[in-house]
Design a protein around this ligand. Structure first.
Ligand SMILES: Cc1cc2nc3c(=O)[nH]c(=O)nc-3n(C[C@H](O)[C@H](O)[C@H](O)COP(=O)(O)OP(=O)(O)OC[C@H]3O[C@@H](n4cnc5c(N)ncnc54)[C@H](O)[C@@H]3O)c2cc1C
Length: 405
Protein backbone atom coordinates (compact mmCIF):
# COMPACT_ATOMS: atom_id res chain seq x y z
CA UNK A 1 0.00 0.00 0.00
CA UNK A 2 2.81 2.40 0.88
CA UNK A 3 4.77 1.49 -2.27
CA UNK A 4 1.72 1.82 -4.53
CA UNK A 5 0.68 5.09 -2.90
CA UNK A 6 4.11 6.68 -3.24
CA UNK A 7 4.55 5.61 -6.87
CA UNK A 8 1.11 7.04 -7.68
CA UNK A 9 1.87 10.25 -5.79
CA UNK A 10 4.82 10.74 -8.15
CA UNK A 11 2.58 10.33 -11.17
CA UNK A 12 2.93 6.65 -12.02
CA UNK A 13 -0.11 4.72 -13.20
CA UNK A 14 -0.42 2.06 -10.52
CA UNK A 15 -2.45 -1.08 -10.15
CA UNK A 16 -2.48 -2.86 -6.77
CA UNK A 17 -3.30 -6.57 -6.96
CA UNK A 18 -4.57 -8.10 -3.71
CA UNK A 19 -5.81 -11.64 -3.44
CA UNK A 20 -8.06 -10.91 -0.44
CA UNK A 21 -11.42 -9.17 -0.75
CA UNK A 22 -10.05 -6.27 1.31
CA UNK A 23 -6.78 -4.46 1.98
CA UNK A 24 -4.64 -4.75 5.10
CA UNK A 25 -6.01 -8.01 6.51
CA UNK A 26 -2.80 -8.53 8.47
CA UNK A 27 -2.33 -4.85 9.30
CA UNK A 28 -5.69 -4.87 11.09
CA UNK A 29 -4.60 -7.59 13.53
CA UNK A 30 -1.23 -6.01 14.33
CA UNK A 31 -0.62 -4.95 17.92
CA UNK A 32 -3.74 -6.91 18.95
CA UNK A 33 -5.84 -4.71 16.67
CA UNK A 34 -4.17 -1.50 17.89
CA UNK A 35 -1.26 -1.52 15.39
CA UNK A 36 2.13 -0.75 16.89
CA UNK A 37 3.08 0.97 13.63
CA UNK A 38 6.53 2.33 14.49
CA UNK A 39 9.16 2.68 17.20
CA UNK A 40 10.00 5.99 18.91
CA UNK A 41 13.67 6.14 17.97
CA UNK A 42 14.96 8.68 15.48
CA UNK A 43 18.49 7.33 15.08
CA UNK A 44 18.39 5.16 11.95
CA UNK A 45 21.37 3.07 13.08
CA UNK A 46 19.55 2.18 16.30
CA UNK A 47 16.44 1.12 14.39
CA UNK A 48 18.55 -0.83 11.89
CA UNK A 49 20.59 -2.70 14.51
CA UNK A 50 17.43 -4.37 15.75
CA UNK A 51 17.45 -6.34 12.51
CA UNK A 52 20.87 -7.78 13.32
CA UNK A 53 23.86 -7.48 10.98
CA UNK A 54 21.60 -7.35 7.94
CA UNK A 55 19.96 -4.23 9.35
CA UNK A 56 22.57 -2.06 7.64
CA UNK A 57 20.70 -2.76 4.42
CA UNK A 58 17.98 -0.48 5.76
CA UNK A 59 20.13 2.65 6.15
CA UNK A 60 19.11 4.02 2.72
CA UNK A 61 15.39 3.39 3.22
CA UNK A 62 15.45 4.79 6.77
CA UNK A 63 17.36 7.84 5.57
CA UNK A 64 14.72 8.49 2.93
CA UNK A 65 11.65 7.59 5.00
CA UNK A 66 12.52 6.93 8.64
CA UNK A 67 10.54 7.11 11.85
CA UNK A 68 10.13 10.86 11.80
CA UNK A 69 8.91 10.83 8.17
CA UNK A 70 6.48 8.01 8.97
CA UNK A 71 5.06 9.97 11.89
CA UNK A 72 4.74 13.08 9.70
CA UNK A 73 3.14 11.02 6.95
CA UNK A 74 0.39 9.70 9.20
CA UNK A 75 -0.05 12.83 11.29
CA UNK A 76 -0.37 15.12 8.28
CA UNK A 77 -3.15 12.83 7.09
CA UNK A 78 -5.11 13.13 10.32
CA UNK A 79 -3.77 10.25 12.42
CA UNK A 80 -2.78 11.20 15.95
CA UNK A 81 -0.31 8.86 17.64
CA UNK A 82 0.98 8.09 21.11
CA UNK A 83 4.09 6.46 22.54
CA UNK A 84 3.58 3.59 24.96
CA UNK A 85 5.81 1.41 27.15
CA UNK A 86 9.03 0.39 25.42
CA UNK A 87 8.79 3.29 22.92
CA UNK A 88 6.08 1.54 20.95
CA UNK A 89 4.07 3.91 18.77
CA UNK A 90 0.33 3.34 18.37
CA UNK A 91 -2.49 5.38 16.83
CA UNK A 92 -3.93 7.58 19.59
CA UNK A 93 -7.35 6.06 19.03
CA UNK A 94 -5.88 2.60 19.65
CA UNK A 95 -7.34 1.23 16.43
CA UNK A 96 -5.46 -0.28 13.47
CA UNK A 97 -8.35 0.79 11.23
CA UNK A 98 -7.16 4.39 11.54
CA UNK A 99 -3.80 3.41 9.98
CA UNK A 100 -5.51 1.51 7.18
CA UNK A 101 -7.81 4.49 6.55
CA UNK A 102 -4.83 6.79 5.95
CA UNK A 103 -3.28 4.32 3.53
CA UNK A 104 -6.54 3.72 1.67
CA UNK A 105 -7.06 7.47 1.26
CA UNK A 106 -3.45 7.79 0.05
CA UNK A 107 -4.15 5.14 -2.60
CA UNK A 108 -7.42 6.76 -3.61
CA UNK A 109 -5.87 10.20 -3.87
CA UNK A 110 -3.20 8.81 -6.21
CA UNK A 111 -5.95 7.06 -8.22
CA UNK A 112 -4.36 3.66 -7.66
CA UNK A 113 -6.53 1.01 -9.27
CA UNK A 114 -7.13 -1.59 -6.56
CA UNK A 115 -8.12 -5.08 -7.70
CA UNK A 116 -9.51 -7.32 -4.95
CA UNK A 117 -9.81 -11.13 -5.14
CA UNK A 118 -6.89 -10.82 -7.55
CA UNK A 119 -4.76 -13.87 -6.80
CA UNK A 120 -1.61 -13.82 -8.90
CA UNK A 121 -0.70 -17.35 -9.90
CA UNK A 122 2.43 -16.53 -11.87
CA UNK A 123 4.52 -13.72 -13.26
CA UNK A 124 6.44 -14.01 -16.49
CA UNK A 125 9.60 -11.95 -16.96
CA UNK A 126 10.03 -9.69 -19.99
CA UNK A 127 11.38 -11.64 -22.97
CA UNK A 128 12.88 -10.76 -26.34
CA UNK A 129 9.46 -10.11 -27.87
CA UNK A 130 8.15 -7.97 -25.02
CA UNK A 131 9.72 -5.59 -22.59
CA UNK A 132 6.93 -6.09 -20.14
CA UNK A 133 6.06 -8.46 -17.30
CA UNK A 134 3.03 -10.70 -17.78
CA UNK A 135 1.03 -11.29 -14.62
CA UNK A 136 -1.21 -14.33 -14.62
CA UNK A 137 -4.22 -13.52 -12.56
CA UNK A 138 -7.20 -15.83 -12.18
CA UNK A 139 -8.31 -16.20 -15.81
CA UNK A 140 -6.69 -12.96 -16.94
CA UNK A 141 -3.28 -11.80 -18.05
CA UNK A 142 -2.08 -8.31 -17.14
CA UNK A 143 0.89 -6.69 -18.81
CA UNK A 144 2.95 -4.17 -16.83
CA UNK A 145 6.26 -2.36 -17.20
CA UNK A 146 7.34 -2.45 -13.58
CA UNK A 147 6.62 -4.65 -10.61
CA UNK A 148 7.00 -3.99 -6.89
CA UNK A 149 6.74 -7.35 -5.19
CA UNK A 150 5.27 -7.01 -1.69
CA UNK A 151 3.62 -10.37 -1.05
CA UNK A 152 4.99 -10.58 2.49
CA UNK A 153 6.37 -13.70 4.16
CA UNK A 154 4.66 -16.95 5.18
CA UNK A 155 3.42 -15.93 8.61
CA UNK A 156 -0.27 -15.99 9.48
CA UNK A 157 -1.14 -17.55 6.10
CA UNK A 158 -4.80 -17.08 7.05
CA UNK A 159 -4.29 -13.37 6.22
CA UNK A 160 -3.11 -14.09 2.65
CA UNK A 161 0.65 -14.15 3.25
CA UNK A 162 1.58 -17.56 1.88
CA UNK A 163 5.03 -16.81 0.52
CA UNK A 164 3.85 -16.73 -3.12
CA UNK A 165 6.39 -14.08 -4.12
CA UNK A 166 9.43 -16.24 -3.34
CA UNK A 167 8.95 -18.55 -6.32
CA UNK A 168 8.56 -15.66 -8.80
CA UNK A 169 11.64 -13.94 -7.40
CA UNK A 170 13.55 -17.20 -7.71
CA UNK A 171 12.48 -17.47 -11.32
CA UNK A 172 13.84 -13.96 -11.90
CA UNK A 173 17.26 -15.10 -10.65
CA UNK A 174 17.00 -14.20 -6.96
CA UNK A 175 18.26 -16.33 -4.11
CA UNK A 176 15.76 -17.09 -1.37
CA UNK A 177 17.21 -17.39 2.12
CA UNK A 178 15.33 -20.33 3.65
CA UNK A 179 12.25 -18.85 5.35
CA UNK A 180 11.38 -19.88 8.91
CA UNK A 181 8.95 -18.60 11.54
CA UNK A 182 10.05 -15.83 13.90
CA UNK A 183 8.25 -13.99 16.71
CA UNK A 184 6.57 -17.27 17.46
CA UNK A 185 5.15 -18.82 20.65
CA UNK A 186 6.91 -21.97 21.93
CA UNK A 187 5.53 -25.40 22.74
CA UNK A 188 7.21 -26.73 25.89
CA UNK A 189 7.52 -30.15 27.56
CA UNK A 190 6.74 -29.43 31.21
CA UNK A 191 3.19 -30.32 32.30
CA UNK A 192 3.29 -27.65 35.03
CA UNK A 193 3.55 -24.85 32.46
CA UNK A 194 0.01 -25.64 31.32
CA UNK A 195 -1.23 -25.27 34.90
CA UNK A 196 -0.05 -21.65 34.73
CA UNK A 197 -1.88 -20.79 31.51
CA UNK A 198 -2.98 -17.17 31.41
CA UNK A 199 -0.31 -16.04 33.88
CA UNK A 200 1.77 -13.05 32.74
CA UNK A 201 5.13 -12.46 34.40
CA UNK A 202 6.67 -9.00 34.22
CA UNK A 203 10.33 -8.05 34.77
CA UNK A 204 11.64 -11.59 34.48
CA UNK A 205 14.70 -12.81 32.65
CA UNK A 206 14.88 -15.75 30.27
CA UNK A 207 18.18 -17.40 29.37
CA UNK A 208 18.75 -19.81 26.51
CA UNK A 209 21.24 -22.66 26.99
CA UNK A 210 22.61 -25.27 24.64
CA UNK A 211 25.40 -27.72 25.42
CA UNK A 212 25.92 -26.03 28.78
CA UNK A 213 26.61 -22.60 27.25
CA UNK A 214 24.44 -19.52 27.57
CA UNK A 215 23.38 -18.50 24.05
CA UNK A 216 20.87 -15.71 24.60
CA UNK A 217 19.16 -13.72 27.34
CA UNK A 218 16.10 -11.43 27.40
CA UNK A 219 14.49 -9.35 30.09
CA UNK A 220 10.85 -8.30 30.21
CA UNK A 221 7.41 -9.85 30.03
CA UNK A 222 6.33 -13.40 29.24
CA UNK A 223 3.18 -15.44 29.38
CA UNK A 224 2.22 -19.06 30.08
CA UNK A 225 -0.31 -20.65 27.72
CA UNK A 226 -2.05 -24.00 27.27
CA UNK A 227 0.76 -25.13 24.93
CA UNK A 228 3.74 -23.56 26.69
CA UNK A 229 5.09 -20.02 26.66
CA UNK A 230 4.55 -16.79 24.76
CA UNK A 231 4.74 -13.02 25.35
CA UNK A 232 7.31 -10.43 24.18
CA UNK A 233 10.59 -11.93 25.45
CA UNK A 234 9.64 -15.44 24.31
CA UNK A 235 8.57 -14.20 20.87
CA UNK A 236 11.74 -12.15 20.48
CA UNK A 237 13.90 -15.13 21.39
CA UNK A 238 11.91 -17.65 19.34
CA UNK A 239 13.93 -17.30 16.14
CA UNK A 240 17.08 -18.15 18.05
CA UNK A 241 15.36 -21.01 19.88
CA UNK A 242 14.14 -22.40 16.55
CA UNK A 243 17.65 -22.26 15.07
CA UNK A 244 19.14 -23.93 18.14
CA UNK A 245 16.49 -26.67 18.21
CA UNK A 246 17.65 -27.72 14.74
CA UNK A 247 21.07 -28.46 16.29
CA UNK A 248 19.82 -30.34 19.38
CA UNK A 249 18.15 -29.96 22.74
CA UNK A 250 17.89 -26.54 24.34
CA UNK A 251 16.94 -25.40 27.83
CA UNK A 252 15.50 -22.15 29.09
CA UNK A 253 16.18 -20.83 32.56
CA UNK A 254 13.56 -18.49 33.89
CA UNK A 255 14.80 -16.07 36.54
CA UNK A 256 11.77 -14.84 38.46
CA UNK A 257 13.84 -12.38 40.51
CA UNK A 258 16.56 -11.01 38.21
CA UNK A 259 17.05 -7.93 40.41
CA UNK A 260 18.28 -10.10 43.30
CA UNK A 261 21.31 -12.37 43.16
CA UNK A 262 21.25 -15.74 44.95
CA UNK A 263 22.55 -14.27 48.21
CA UNK A 264 20.15 -11.32 48.30
CA UNK A 265 17.22 -13.53 47.37
CA UNK A 266 18.14 -15.96 50.15
CA UNK A 267 18.16 -13.07 52.63
CA UNK A 268 14.80 -11.91 51.32
CA UNK A 269 13.30 -15.43 51.61
CA UNK A 270 14.63 -15.75 55.14
CA UNK A 271 13.00 -12.42 56.05
CA UNK A 272 9.69 -13.62 54.61
CA UNK A 273 9.96 -16.95 56.46
CA UNK A 274 10.60 -15.00 59.65
CA UNK A 275 7.51 -12.90 59.04
CA UNK A 276 5.40 -15.99 58.34
CA UNK A 277 6.77 -18.01 61.30
CA UNK A 278 4.42 -20.74 62.46
CA UNK A 279 2.56 -20.76 59.10
CA UNK A 280 2.63 -23.45 56.45
CA UNK A 281 5.23 -23.18 53.69
CA UNK A 282 2.49 -22.94 51.01
CA UNK A 283 1.13 -19.84 52.75
CA UNK A 284 4.49 -18.10 53.03
CA UNK A 285 5.21 -17.26 49.39
CA UNK A 286 2.55 -14.70 48.59
CA UNK A 287 4.94 -11.75 48.83
CA UNK A 288 7.35 -13.39 46.42
CA UNK A 289 5.08 -14.97 43.82
CA UNK A 290 1.81 -14.35 41.98
CA UNK A 291 -0.93 -16.36 43.75
CA UNK A 292 -1.55 -18.65 40.76
CA UNK A 293 2.10 -19.71 40.72
CA UNK A 294 2.44 -20.74 44.37
CA UNK A 295 0.99 -24.25 44.09
CA UNK A 296 3.24 -25.11 41.14
CA UNK A 297 6.36 -23.74 42.84
CA UNK A 298 5.61 -25.62 46.05
CA UNK A 299 5.23 -28.83 44.02
CA UNK A 300 8.45 -28.22 42.07
CA UNK A 301 10.42 -27.41 45.22
CA UNK A 302 9.75 -30.89 46.60
CA UNK A 303 9.06 -29.28 50.00
CA UNK A 304 5.90 -30.38 51.78
CA UNK A 305 3.49 -27.46 51.43
CA UNK A 306 2.03 -28.14 54.87
CA UNK A 307 5.40 -27.95 56.56
CA UNK A 308 5.89 -25.00 58.94
CA UNK A 309 8.29 -22.46 57.42
CA UNK A 310 10.38 -22.48 60.60
CA UNK A 311 11.13 -26.17 59.95
CA UNK A 312 12.41 -25.69 56.43
CA UNK A 313 16.05 -26.71 56.25
CA UNK A 314 18.84 -24.64 54.70
CA UNK A 315 19.09 -27.29 52.00
CA UNK A 316 15.39 -26.97 51.17
CA UNK A 317 15.63 -23.18 51.11
CA UNK A 318 18.57 -23.39 48.71
CA UNK A 319 16.45 -25.60 46.43
CA UNK A 320 13.70 -23.00 46.50
CA UNK A 321 16.10 -20.15 45.66
CA UNK A 322 17.46 -22.22 42.81
CA UNK A 323 13.92 -22.61 41.46
CA UNK A 324 13.32 -18.88 41.63
CA UNK A 325 16.53 -18.10 39.77
CA UNK A 326 16.81 -21.04 37.38
CA UNK A 327 13.38 -22.46 36.73
CA UNK A 328 13.99 -24.86 33.87
CA UNK A 329 11.71 -24.86 30.83
CA UNK A 330 12.24 -27.21 27.88
CA UNK A 331 11.23 -25.87 24.45
CA UNK A 332 9.95 -28.63 22.14
CA UNK A 333 9.14 -26.69 18.99
CA UNK A 334 7.99 -23.36 17.63
CA UNK A 335 4.28 -23.15 17.00
CA UNK A 336 4.92 -22.49 13.29
CA UNK A 337 3.85 -20.01 10.64
CA UNK A 338 0.20 -20.10 11.64
CA UNK A 339 1.09 -18.17 14.79
CA UNK A 340 4.38 -16.49 13.91
CA UNK A 341 4.23 -12.71 13.67
CA UNK A 342 7.00 -12.47 11.09
CA UNK A 343 9.03 -14.62 8.74
CA UNK A 344 12.78 -14.83 9.01
CA UNK A 345 14.53 -15.35 5.65
CA UNK A 346 13.31 -14.24 2.22
CA UNK A 347 14.86 -12.45 -0.75
CA UNK A 348 18.63 -12.26 -0.37
CA UNK A 349 19.49 -8.63 0.38
CA UNK A 350 22.78 -8.83 -1.51
CA UNK A 351 20.77 -8.98 -4.72
CA UNK A 352 18.81 -5.79 -4.03
CA UNK A 353 20.06 -2.21 -4.30
CA UNK A 354 19.52 -0.70 -0.83
CA UNK A 355 19.29 2.81 -2.29
CA UNK A 356 16.35 1.97 -4.54
CA UNK A 357 14.97 -1.44 -3.46
CA UNK A 358 15.51 -2.42 -7.10
CA UNK A 359 16.56 -5.91 -8.14
CA UNK A 360 20.17 -6.34 -9.19
CA UNK A 361 19.07 -9.35 -11.23
CA UNK A 362 16.32 -7.85 -13.35
CA UNK A 363 15.36 -4.37 -14.44
CA UNK A 364 12.03 -2.84 -13.42
CA UNK A 365 11.64 -5.21 -10.49
CA UNK A 366 11.47 -3.90 -6.91
CA UNK A 367 10.86 -5.44 -3.50
CA UNK A 368 9.55 -4.12 -0.20
CA UNK A 369 8.30 -5.34 3.17
CA UNK A 370 8.47 -8.72 4.79
CA UNK A 371 9.34 -10.57 1.58
CA UNK A 372 12.90 -9.29 2.18
CA UNK A 373 15.35 -11.29 4.28
CA UNK A 374 14.82 -9.02 7.26
CA UNK A 375 12.96 -9.50 10.52
CA UNK A 376 13.01 -7.41 13.65
CA UNK A 377 11.82 -7.88 17.22
CA UNK A 378 8.38 -6.84 18.40
CA UNK A 379 8.03 -3.12 19.09
CA UNK A 380 6.97 -1.59 15.77
CA UNK A 381 10.22 -2.33 13.93
CA UNK A 382 8.70 -4.64 11.34
CA UNK A 383 6.04 -2.21 10.15
CA UNK A 384 8.61 0.60 10.16
CA UNK A 385 10.69 -1.56 7.84
CA UNK A 386 7.67 -2.02 5.57
CA UNK A 387 6.88 1.72 5.42
CA UNK A 388 10.55 2.63 4.73
CA UNK A 389 11.22 0.03 2.06
CA UNK A 390 7.74 0.46 0.55
CA UNK A 391 8.07 4.22 0.22
CA UNK A 392 11.56 3.93 -1.29
CA UNK A 393 10.53 1.17 -3.70
CA UNK A 394 7.48 3.14 -4.85
CA UNK A 395 9.52 6.28 -5.34
CA UNK A 396 12.35 4.50 -7.19
CA UNK A 397 9.97 2.63 -9.46
CA UNK A 398 8.10 5.82 -10.36
CA UNK A 399 11.28 7.85 -10.91
CA UNK A 400 12.90 5.20 -13.06
CA UNK A 401 9.83 5.17 -15.24
CA UNK A 402 10.03 8.93 -15.65
CA UNK A 403 13.69 8.70 -16.68
CA UNK A 404 12.89 5.98 -19.23
CA UNK A 405 9.99 7.89 -20.82
C1 LIG B 1 -0.59 -11.15 14.65
C2 LIG B 1 0.43 -10.18 14.14
C3 LIG B 1 0.69 -9.02 14.83
C4 LIG B 1 1.68 -8.14 14.38
N1 LIG B 1 1.86 -6.98 15.05
C5 LIG B 1 2.80 -6.09 14.62
C6 LIG B 1 2.95 -4.84 15.25
O1 LIG B 1 2.18 -4.48 16.15
N2 LIG B 1 3.97 -4.04 14.82
C7 LIG B 1 4.78 -4.37 13.79
O2 LIG B 1 5.68 -3.61 13.46
N3 LIG B 1 4.61 -5.54 13.11
C8 LIG B 1 3.63 -6.40 13.49
N4 LIG B 1 3.43 -7.56 12.80
C9 LIG B 1 4.25 -7.81 11.59
C10 LIG B 1 3.67 -7.02 10.39
O3 LIG B 1 2.28 -7.16 10.35
C11 LIG B 1 4.25 -7.52 9.07
O4 LIG B 1 5.65 -7.47 9.13
C12 LIG B 1 3.73 -6.70 7.89
O5 LIG B 1 2.33 -6.78 7.79
C13 LIG B 1 4.33 -7.15 6.58
O6 LIG B 1 3.81 -6.34 5.58
P1 LIG B 1 3.93 -6.73 4.03
O7 LIG B 1 3.10 -5.73 3.31
O8 LIG B 1 5.32 -6.95 3.66
O9 LIG B 1 3.22 -8.15 3.93
P2 LIG B 1 1.74 -8.61 4.33
O10 LIG B 1 1.16 -7.72 5.37
O11 LIG B 1 1.86 -10.05 4.60
O12 LIG B 1 0.93 -8.33 3.00
C14 LIG B 1 1.15 -9.09 1.82
C15 LIG B 1 -0.10 -9.00 0.98
O13 LIG B 1 0.14 -9.66 -0.26
C16 LIG B 1 -1.02 -10.39 -0.62
N5 LIG B 1 -0.64 -11.50 -1.49
C17 LIG B 1 0.18 -12.54 -1.17
N6 LIG B 1 0.25 -13.40 -2.19
C18 LIG B 1 -0.52 -12.89 -3.19
C19 LIG B 1 -0.85 -13.33 -4.50
N7 LIG B 1 -0.41 -14.50 -5.00
N8 LIG B 1 -1.67 -12.55 -5.25
C20 LIG B 1 -2.17 -11.37 -4.76
N9 LIG B 1 -1.91 -10.92 -3.53
C21 LIG B 1 -1.08 -11.67 -2.75
C22 LIG B 1 -1.57 -10.88 0.71
O14 LIG B 1 -2.93 -11.22 0.62
C23 LIG B 1 -1.29 -9.70 1.64
O15 LIG B 1 -2.38 -8.83 1.73
C24 LIG B 1 2.44 -8.44 13.21
C25 LIG B 1 2.15 -9.62 12.50
C26 LIG B 1 1.17 -10.46 12.95
C27 LIG B 1 0.87 -11.71 12.15
Amino acid sequence: MMAAGRAAQLGAKVILLEKNDCLGKKLLITGKGRCNFSHYEFDRTKIAENFGKKGRFLYGALERFGVSEVLDFFQSRGLEWKVERGNRIFPAQGDANTVLKVLTEYLNKGKVKICYDAKISDIMAPDDCSEKFKIILNEQKIVVETIILCTGGKSYPQTGSTGDGYSWAKKFGHTIIQPSPALNPIRTSEAWAKELQGLTLKNVSLQLFQKGKKRDERFGEMLFTHFGISGPIVMDMSKHIGQRLKKGNVKLWLDLKPALDFKKLDERVQRDFQEFRGRMFKNSLKKLLPASMIEVMVKLSGIDGEKKVDHISKEERKRLIHLFKELEITPKQLLGYKWSMVTCGGIDLREINPDTMGSKKMGNLYFAGEILDLDGPSGGYNLQECWSTGYLAGESAAKRKQICQ
